[in-house]
Ligand binder design. Structure first.
Ligand SMILES: Nc1ncnc2c1ncn2[C@@H]1O[C@H](COP(=O)(O)OP(=O)(O)OP(=O)(O)O)[C@@H](O)[C@H]1O
Ligand SMILES: [Mg+2]
Ligand SMILES: [Zn+2]
Length: 678
């Protein structure tokens, strides 16, 4: 039926479509923008001529040509001069009526025009691809033009010259050949499209044409319309394989908005959301809805709540301040860290769970990887893929050395910059981080500082708004309750504690709340600044260089804003500020600071040494240097004796500090038992 209707010349039919006012304008504007392609909304074409639109889907190769030619004819009418100049127009189709699931692509869709959505995980740099290759016959000198299709550069079979006709040899002449920009992408299923418990699948996408390359970067969510193709990979020396690999030859690529696409709440859900926000116990209710099967850890769950809602990002003309929070859980083995992280990754819009090592070559940030063909590709890591979401990084201490460097930028500036292998790019990583790490010594040693307990550099530690320690200490009462809780789970197979807010509603609630941008009230500002100044003052009188830094003040603001968001309030109240101060104090206390006297020594947490320890370290160093002046190389025993007798520093303490200085490379051991300053 449909076929009979298209008895009219398809090219003419397309040209009629382009006579619509909107498309006439688009065509007329081509000269201004200097473009050689026209974008067609499929829906409009479908409304105009259903049969034509269906043919376009079924025979895209042919019908895209018709569309391009139709547009070109119209261009000749609108702007003959520009038509002369560009010779042809490419038709780019966007917004098909339905999208295909990436994992369902198969032989059924082959050679058809389809639309898929996904995340770009990898992109090569833009490379020229030969469209028409010029081959010079080495026998007669004739230039042969050879149209190129397929993966490999193809030389002519025989020379075109009538008096030659020999089979070469031919030489490829680059200057006479025509090239077009091309780029390869790897598209991965979006987490929201992923069936639970499945690994995401990927699809190779080929972009050809200067108007569609470089549109999308790794980490971008895109919608791609293209023709499904399959090619047979060849096995070295054995020919082509019978099983083909799918590839999408892109016709158009559009970058989608970064907001997670949770379906908007229904009117009933909206009613529930508002009712919950009015509840005076809303914070308590949401906290106890987070991982209800995990016993205890109320303060950590509260922190996770703030992390889910997040503070307000400030984008000023000169600087950007992140709104997303970062939290770190340091804990003994078996304290439910992984469970908490996995829970958060499931519940958070655009949540992602990964281990510190990362699951791909790109690790946590990004990497430049070499493709099979030898070309370089930029691959997005976890923090880029979780842009505008939450990245749950388990075993963060085990991250790759490259990530250790790059993560600094990612966690504060929220970008990842790469300049390697000819690829220079900055990717967005506006990601909240919930990380977990095991203590360096297996178990958390409360007498040691956080920096000593965690194998992470202090520069990374200081980027966490909140740090909590999960210790597994035997405690009769708590153990009793906990074992009862866990055994109950195992006996009944359900959580003994019911979540006041179910996960689905919570996810919707978070999405809804993100639209609110609370502003600090005068009262909130006063409380935060009072707290900040008191702590700064306390440290000043102590003689400690810095007590609490501007970073902590910004953290307090983020937490207060997040708390206001939880209640869907546009104003951050004094109460929000107070709660932020309480949880911040708790975090500082957990990492070993006695706040009762307001004497916080952030140096202790962040550099891992209190002022007194630092003083001692500098004594050790100066004694070592003094002794070096006399003996050159200093024997360790001599140094320890000297410090013990003249400076009254206990032997054990000296030993510990020496090994610390050795570890961080301030001093080294030129030979066994001897020390020297670096
Ligand atoms: N507070 C708790 N409430 C309920 N279950 C708990 C609690 N603490 C530990 N568990 C249980 O103990 C098990 C171990 O937890 P998990 O694997 O998350 O530990 P972890 O902190 O990640 O340890 P590791 O550092 O060794 O990776 C889980 O099955 C978890 O449910
Ligand atoms: Mg674990
Ligand atoms: Zn020839």
């Amino acid at each position: 039926m449909a076929n009979e209707q298209v008895a009219v010349d398809p090219q003419q039919r397309f040209q009629e479509f382009f006579k619509k006012e909107k498309y006439r304008q688009r065509i007329a504007q081509l000269a201004i923008t200097g473009r050689g392609s026209i974008t067609i909304d499929f829906e409009e074409l479908y409304g105009f001529d259903q049969a034509l639109a269906e043919q376009l889907l079924n025979k895209p190769g042919e019908y895209l040509q018709h569309a391009g030619k139709g547009a070109y004819e119209q261009l000749r009418i609108e702007d003959a001069e520009y038509a002369e100049k560009i010779e042809k127009i490419n038709a780019r189709i966007v917004k098909l009526l339905g999208k295909e699931q990436l994992r369902k692509l198969g032989s059924r869709q082959m050679a058809k025009l389809i639309m898929v959505e996904g995340i770009v995980v990898r992109a090569t740099s833009v490379r020229p691809m030969v469209l028409q290759a010029a081959f010079k016959c080495k026998r007669c000198g004739t230039m042969n033009m050879e149209e190129q299709t397929g993966q490999f550069l193809k030389a002519p079979a025989i020379c075109q010259a009538p008096d030659c006709g020999r089979d070469g040899p031919f030489e490829f002449i680059q200057e006479e050949s025509t090239f077009i920009d091309s780029q390869d992408l790897r598209l991965q299923e979006k987490p929201e499209d992923l069936p639970p418990g499945q690994l995401p699948r990927t699809l190779a996408v080929k972009l050809v044409g200067d108007d569609i390359v470089d549109v999308a970067r790794p980490g971008d969510h895109v919608s791609i319309v293209g023709i499904v193709r399959a090619f047979a990979p060849s096995l070295m020396g054995m020919g082509k394989l019978r099983t083909f690999i799918l590839q999408l030859d892109a016709n158009s690529a559009e970058v989608l908005g970064k907001e997670p696409e949770t379906s908007p709440p229904t009117p009933e859900e909206e009613e529930k959301i508002h009712a919950l926000s009015k509840d005076p116990w809303v914070h308590r209710k949401i906290t106890s809805s987070i991982a209800p099967s995990i016993f205890g850890y109320e303060h950590i769950k509260e922190a996770i709540m703030y992390l889910l809602f997040g503070g307000v990002a400030k984008s000023l003309p000169d600087i950007n301040i992140r709104g997303e929070m970062n939290a770190l859980l340091i804990g003994d083995p078996g304290t439910a860290k992984s469970q908490l992280l996995q829970y958060v990754a499931r519940i958070a819009p655009r949540g992602l769970y990964t281990s510190g090592r990362g699951t791909t070559a790109a690790g946590l940030t990004a990497a430049v990887v070499r493709e099979k063909g030898g070309s370089m590709s930029l691959e997005a890591g976890a923090l880029v893929l979780a842009d505008k979401g939450i990245a749950c990084i388990d075993e963060m201490d085990k991250m790759r050395p490259e990530d250790r460097v790059a993560i600094h930028e990612a966690m504060e500036q929220h970008t990842v910059s790469v300049a390697k292998g000819g690829i220079v790019a900055t990717l967005n990583a506006r990601t909240a981080v919930l990380a977990a790490a095991n203590p360096s010594l297996g178990r958390y040693e409360p007498n040691r500082t956080v920096a000593e307990n965690v194998p992470l550099p202090v520069t990374i530690l200081s980027r966490f708004d909140l740090i909590f320690v999960l210790r597994d200490v035997p405690n009769k009462e708590a153990d009793g309750k906990m074992s009862q809780h866990i055994l109950e789970i195992h006996r009944r197979g359900v959580s003994p504690v019911e979540a006041p807010v179910d996960a689905e509603l919570l996810r919707k609630y978070v999405g809804y709340a993100k639209g609110i941008k609370p502003v600090l009230s005068t009262e909130a500002i006063k409380r935060l600044s009072d707290f900040y100044l008191a702590m700064r003052a306390a440290s000043e009188t102590e003689g400690s260089p810095v007590a609490i830094t501007a970073r902590q003040l910004e953290s307090l603001v983020r937490i207060s804003e997040a708390r206001a968001r939880v209640a869907l309030r546009k104003e951050v109240t004094g109460e929000d500020a107070e709660a932020a101060i309480v949880i911040m104090k708790r975090s500082l206390e957990e990492v070993g600071i006695d706040l009762s006297s307001y004497k916080v020594d952030i140096d202790l947490i962040m550099t891992g040494r209190s002022k007194s320890i630092r003083d001692r370290l500098s004594i050790i160093l100066s004694v070592l240097m003094d002794m070096e002046k006399v003996t050159g190389i200093v024997e360790k025993d001599a140094l320890v004796n000297e410090l013990e007798t003249t400076h009254k520093i206990p032997r054990a303490e000296v030993e510990r500090m020496i090994s610390q200085l050795l570890r961080e490379g301030t001093i080294y051991e030129p030979r066994e038992g001897c020390l020297k300053k670096t």
